[in-house]
Ligand binder design. Structure first.
Ligand code: ZN
Length: 228
């Protein structure tokens, strides 16, 4: 089993960055829950989260929890602020393989499916990167105080794409294996969930559930959906 610790940044009394009617803590939780749900379709992935609701959790609690669990990877999800635009991610300064390899793969997979400017692969002395005993990454998914980025982050389909990019990276980095009998389909233009349910003999409800699609879901070309 690959034990993946998912850390939605901030929460509870700490909203993180705020802007354009959005709070970082809510966006990071939405993305993290979708990552968790998508990973449930893989037989060799085990997930633990630092929080699953709007809860105050200190940085030390997060890294202590991941270390005690014996996570193989620490994924911290954040939204940026400060007037820029686009996506970037961080590993601890001076990290070697496999941390750098995981960053390369996850960065590449997120950039493939998310329409964000690429701000690059970076390093920083952040608590969760320094105090975690396992390879770790911190992703910064757009700028909450930049209108163009915030408008993207307000769309459920965009949040879904960010989550899918993280999962595609984890699947490649850790050779995650789809659950027994599961079939994954890469969406092409014109596909609908109804058509996919007919083609693969699944129900629409099953496809929604496997992929964490909520009531207002949309699917997009390049998205990998579990369809059986
Ligand atoms: Zn943050």
């Amino acid at each position: 089993m690959v034990k993946i610790y998912i850390d939605p940044g901030h929460g509870g009394t700490d909203p993180g960055a705020v802007g354009n009617g959005l709070q970082e803590k809510n966006l990071t939780l939405q993305i993290a829950i979708k990552v968790r749900d998508l990973l449930s379709g893989y037989s060799n992935a085990e997930v633990r989260m630092s929080r699953t609701n709007d809860q105050t959790v200190s940085l030390t609690q997060r890294t202590n929890d991941a270390n005690a669990w014996g996570a193989n990877y620490f994924l911290s999800i954040h939204i940026n602020a400060g007037g820029g635009t686009g996506y970037e991610d961080y590993i601890y300064p001076g990290s070697s393989t496999p941390t750098t390899t995981y960053q390369n793969i996850i960065h590449e997979e997120i950039m493939k499916v998310v329409n964000f400017a690429d701000r690059g692969k970076k390093q920083a002395n952040f608590h969760v990167l320094r105090e975690s005993n396992m390879p770790a990454i911190l992703t910064e998914n757009g700028f909450i105080d930049t209108v163009a980025d915030a408008n993207k982050l307000k769309q459920a389909s965009f949040i879904q794409a960010i989550a899918q990019g993280h999962v595609n990276g984890l699947v490649r980095a850790f050779n995650l294996v789809p659950s027994g009998g599961a079939i994954h389909h890469t969406v092409v233009s014109g596909d609908t969930v109804y058509a996919l349910s007919q083609r693969y003999g699944s129900t629409i409800a099953q496809i929604q559930s496997w992929n964490g699609l909520d009531a207002n879901y949309t699917i997009y070309p390049g998205q990998v959906l579990r369809v059986k």
